[in-house]
Design a protein around this ligand. Structure first.
Ligand code: NAD
Length: 344
């Protein structure tokens, strides 16, 4: 494989392949940029179809973290890690201890928090071997409620810009994925009076959403066809792609998933369909903002900073309108300016 020629390679500073035979650990850690500070980003555990798929995922996710942290005004660089394997069968204390030792190898250039299939309990086990973790229990803790709050406020900002109202009462939101973030997001949306249409591969989460939020449940592939105002991708990435984009009836795409666009050109494709896109790394920064308060933690301070996501998004939307450019492109340009300046 011509690694440096990969489309998703973006001059990442360092990419480390780690393995530990005894525990079965196979992980890739990508440090995209430390220009604004030590790289911070979650660790994802996923049963990737191939090592190449895992590599592409970690390259894209780590770059997204650089842009996310810059845009949120944090003094942190961007990085991410992936553990390859089925979280249901491969997780063990030994695996996370080995992951912790692997983090030591980077000497603090990268700090890991949690992402898909990784919990604060897993990070606590890694923490017995390394100081280079964050988002730990007893300090900033689980970032998901803050990601959900930021996403909720980002949905309101999107509705304000596209529909001229940020009251969500009576609007229909299709939420794909009722995991750590998706479920909290549904709570906010339900409280705000939105109608929910949801899906997930986890039946228990669906039953709970039906019971608690009177949510309508649709099949995995049917979420794209839902007649709704807002589509909120909250599972995995690349759900805006050539086979889904023409099916989306929503006027707004705004959710917490990372890397929602399969390819950068889908940004323009959404504009052509009259759909407002809330750039993923802007709307889903709530969790990392909370993590940035890890030392001397204050939930109030973190919440106030998360609330800035509303205005940051409004700025992106307004600039996109005035420059007649897709919102994702505009957000990227702003993030790159912030990085070049050395901070927001
Ligand atoms: P999670 O693993 O808790 O939740 C993901 C949910 O998606 C699970 O309930 C899973 O069953 C469901 N799912 C998987 N495949 C699906 C499919 N094909 N269709 C519908 N549902 C499916 O993860 P999370 O922490 O809630 O994160 C969700 C997304 O948000 C991810 O893309 C993650 O990278 C991103 N994100 C999370 C945070 C955070 O604070 N946890 C922060 C920023 C971004």
């Amino acid at each position: 494989m011509a690694f440096f020629d990969l489309v998703d390679f973006d001059n990442h500073e360092q990419v480390v392949f780690c393995s530990d035979e005894a525990s079965g650990l196979k992980a890739i850690i990508a440090v995209h940029s430390t220009k604004l500070g030590a790289a911070v980003g979650g660790c994802r555990m996923w049963d990737y179809a191939s090592d190449e798929e895992a590599l592409v995922d970690v390259l894209r996710l780590s770059k997204g973290m650089t842009y996310k942290n810059a845009m949120a005004g944090l003094t942190m660089g961007g990085g991410k890690s992936v553990i390859i394997g089925d979280a249901k069968t491969l997780k063990s204390d030994e695996l996370f201890k080995a992951f912790g030792r692997a983090l030591n190898g980077l000497g603090g250039r990268y700090l890991s928090a949690e992402d898909v299939n990784i919990t604060t309990a897993d990070i606590a086990i890694a923490n017995t071997e390394t100081p280079y973790v964050t988002g730990t229990e007893g300090k900033s803790g689980n970032p998901a409620p803050f990601t959900a709050l930021g996403t909720f406020l980002g949905i309101k900002a999107s509705a304000k810009h596209k529909l001229g109202r940020d009251d969500l009462k009576g609007l229909t939101v299709a939420v794909q994925g009722l995991g750590s973030v998706g479920f909290y997001l549904c709570e906010h949306l339900h409280k705000a009076g939105a109608n929910l249409v949801v899906n997930d591969i986890n039946k228990e989460a669906l039953d709970k959403a039906q019971r608690q939020f009177n949510a309508e449940v649709v099949g995995l592939n049917d979420i794209y066809d839902v007649d709704c105002d807002i589509y909120a991708p909250c599972a995995l990435g690349a759900t805006i792609n050539d086979s889904t984009i023409d099916r989306i009836k929503a006027k707004i795409v705004a959710g917490c998933a990372n890397n929602q666009l399969a390819e950068p050109r889908h940004d323009q494709a959404l504009v052509e369909r009259g759909i407002l896109y809330a750039p993923d790394y802007v709307i889903n920064a709530g969790g990392i903002i909370n993590v940035s308060f890890e030392e001397d933690y204050s939930s109030d301070k973190a919440t106030r900073k998360v609330e800035e996501i509303y205005d940051t998004l409004i700025d992106v939307f307004t600039k996109a309108d005035s420059e007649q450019k897709p919102t994702g492109q505009v957000a990227d340009a702003i993030a790159r300016e912030i990085i070049a300046r050395g901070g927001k």
